[in-house]
Design a binder for this molecule. Sequence first.
Ligand code: B12
Length: 491
Amino acid sequence: MNILMIYPEFPDTFWSFKHALNFVSRKASSPPLGLVTIAAMLPEGWSKKLVDLNVCSFTRADLEWADLVFVSAMVVQRDSAIKIIRQCKDAGLKVIAGGPLFTSEYETFESVDHFILNEGELTLPPFLEDLKNGNPKRIYQSTEFADIQTTPVPNWELVDMQKYDSMSIQLSRGGPFNCEFCNITSMLGHKPRLKTKNQIIAELDKIYSLGWRHNVFFVDDNFIGNKRFLKEDLLPAMIEWRRGKSGYKFITEASINLADDEELMQLMAKAGFVSVFVGIETPDEDSLEECHKRQNRNRDLVDSVKALQHNGLEVMGGFIVGFDSDKPSIFRRQVEFIQKAGIVTAMVGLLQAPNGTELYRRMERENRLIHEMTGDNTDGSTNIIPRMDINELRTGYLHILAQIYSPKLFYERVKSFLEDYRPVEHVAKLENREILALFRSVYRIGIIGKGRQYYWRLFFWSLFNAPKKFPLAITYAIYGYHFQTISEMIV
Ligand code: B12
């Protein structure tokens, strides 16, 4: 069997990092982990080819070679997925689809031959069995959660690593929190399910053996779901593994209560974690209560962010406006918070209600659902009727974007973050692609860019006052270029 695995194209969004990645000659942030995981579950002897449309394209010869096409996608890739499916069907191929887009709206894809929904660990084996027996069904679904200790090491050999900025590893699925707008518990359950230490080390070994020496993104929704396992088992093993491999930098997502655990923060930083994405959502206590974000309540959120930064972990923050409790002052308060906390990478979105969430059910009860989601919560759209007038909300949202990504506020934030940030290690030497990125930044941001005076101010400030943080300063200037480009497209 020849299996062509296709990952649709992402639109140009805050999350694509497209305008930053071309400074470092990379095409996409990370490869499609779902597909490379599925690839490793296919019968031995099957040939596989991965085409991630974010980094390359497929040819007529690929379609002629293939016996079956496997497609994976998120909702945000819907348009590209529709196009791919049509092309494959026109070429007379059978299409098998899985992943979040199809799990949440498979009914709308009439021409797909087989849907392998939910977690592939549970739904792929019965499909393969039925295929072998010549009677595959159209839909494979499951209400159970998979034992990910049986998930194989993904087929990273299918990935053209040099096209990406980071590789991805998943430690856990599922989480204990009940945020009203979040679909993770309905998709993946309340109880964190973890891989073993040996599985993670085997995954690290595999990407190392394939020559990868850069960033690794632990794609958990909450990396700290089992703190004891991290402290006693995994992090000590990762510290050992990483000895002599300083190119590796780890990034992940965690809940804010990581800031309460000094030992854990220090172990993570020692293991090579440099950055965590935290769902901060809002500085407004009433809105936090409304969305049941209990882990963020009754704490000084700025202090928590600073604690993480002081322990060597940069905080990337997710923020939301449009809660029922939001007052008109929320727009100003969000900007003030982001500036004060020094959160360089601040992803601000309008509240949306994904299918399967408590919020979706409440909006349905209250007759406030309007249309299907675009899948991108940072494009200024929403699928609910907010309490606040929609025009006031949208104007306020655009105001936040215009403010936080304006060169003045953005560079002020970078400087205040660099002053507070205490990394465990400093990058000793720049790689060739980073030197190239530096020159590109000088030209595109420092010479022809709109906020060039701020760029040079940061450039010289860090060169003379914090020379070890100079590579970081340039990296953030490049992020700023991406954020400004996208926010101008939205505003
Ligand atoms: C890593 C990640 C990202 C990464 C990159 C992902 C990439 N390059 O593929 C980044 C940070 C870039 C990202 C961005 C976004 N993401 Co994201 N992301 C994730 C995250 C945390 C993990 C995904 C992952 O790698 N999982 C590990 C693999 C092994 O699991 P998997 O892909 O689900 O695959 C399994 C099954 O789905 C199935 N399967 C998957 N594909 C296929 C295909 C076939 C043929 C078969 C048989 C089976 C199968 O089998 C696999 C094994 O069980 C998930 C949350 C989650 N826990 O899943 C959100 C998630 C996928 N993201 C989501 C969203 C909404 C976004 C954003 C739009 C953010 C936003 N603004 O809201 C952006 C869009 C990207 C863009 N460029 O615009 C949503 C998607 C919802 C949906 N229904 O589409 C999720 C589910 C989070 C959520 N709470 O809802 N994301």
